[in-house]
Design a binder for this molecule. Structure first.
Ligand code: GLU
Ligand code: ZN
Length: 299
């Protein structure tokens, strides 16, 4: 197999519990998209939000992926090892005049009845010109309006959002010192040379923030493919909170078959329960992102 250096994909689980069927669908979708284009497929542990991280979960995720024959390229990148890189980028943003300290608490913003947007409370910019000391405060990215971000999702089609109007200045470092997902994901996707992001549709709207931040940092912008979500019940994504069960490794060949079907692919019936390698090889050979279902996309 010749490597396609133009395609680098990744799977980026948060080690807050075992992988479930929804995570398997995301892992399989990103794996098949990468491998069907002879691309690289990297693994990143998003263990930046330490209070959410569960001891042993990262290792459990690695051995589960191996049991499903989902082999990644190169070393695993742990976000908990990347704090210096995040700090350097925050410094760069400060020098660009794009970062400021904020003392507003969430409760205060709720009491003030600030508007809600697709990503939550729209910060009204109270601290923009207060020149607060970064120590002991959260740090926000300044998003001057209008900041219209447009991109074409390979599955969801053309997307557009005015970030200044609908999102507002986002937090990149929390008051408790934790680096925000938006910061870590953008810094690490560039660091790992990711060209293609394939992940669940619950992250479609945050892509606008990521693209904005990446362009402020002069980083190349990746392509996106957001996959339909697995629902526990209508309107509720399958997750630990909605009672998702850990993947049963002894049923890998059945679960992989079901994941392929969920992704709109049509493996032959007699492959259900086959060896994981056989199912993944079939998937790589027959991967048709155009067959992904659209109905399940409505959140
Ligand atoms: N860590 C995120 C999650 O588990 C995924 C981040 C991403 O793919 O950008 O939901
Ligand atoms: Zn503030």
């Amino acid at each position: 197999m010749t490597d396609n250096t133009a395609y680098t994909g990744r799977f980026a689980p948060t080690p807050s519990g075992p992988l479930h069927f929804g995570s398997l669908v995301t892992a399989v979708g990103s794996y098949l998209d990468a491998r069907s284009q002879q691309g690289r497929w990297l693994l990143r542990m998003e263990d930046v939000d330490t209070p959410r991280v569960q001891t042993g979960s990262a290792d459990d995720i690695l051995s589960t992926l191996e049991a499903f024959d989902l082999h990644w390229d190169g070393p695993v990148l742990y976000q908990s090892q990347r704090f210096e890189a995040y700090e350097a980028i925050l410094q760069q943003l400060t020098e660009q005049g794009l970062l400021y300290a904020c003392r507003c608490s969430r409760r205060q913003l709720i009491e003030e009845k600030v508007r809600q947007g697709p990503l939550g409370l729209i910060y009204p910019g109270h601290c923009r010109n207060r020149n607060l000391d970064p120590a002991g405060h959260s740090l926000r990215l300044r998003i001057d309006g209008p900041a219209v971000i447009e991109f074409e999702d390979r599955h969801c089609g053309p997307r557009r959002m005015d970030l200044a109007a609908e999102v507002g200045d986002v937090v990149l470092k929390r008051v408790d010192g934790i680096y925000a997902y938006h910061l870590a994901v953008v810094v690490d996707d560039a660091f790992q040379g990711v060209s293609d992001i394939v992940r669940g549709a619950d992250l479609l709207d945050v892509s606008f923030v990521h693209r904005y931040l990446a362009s402020q940092l002069n980083q190349p912008l990746p392509r996106y493919l957001h996959l339909p979500l697995v629902y526990a019940e209508p309107g509720r994504k399958l997750s630990k909170q909605t009672g998702a069960q850990a993947l049963d490794r002894s049923r890998a060949g059945v679960l992989l078959f079901d994941a392929l079907e969920f992704l709109g692919q049509t493996p032959p019936r007699d492959l259900r329960g086959a060896a994981p390698r056989e199912l993944l090889d079939w998937g790589v050979e027959h991967w048709q992102p155009g067959h992904l279902p659209t109905a399940a996309l409505t959140t």
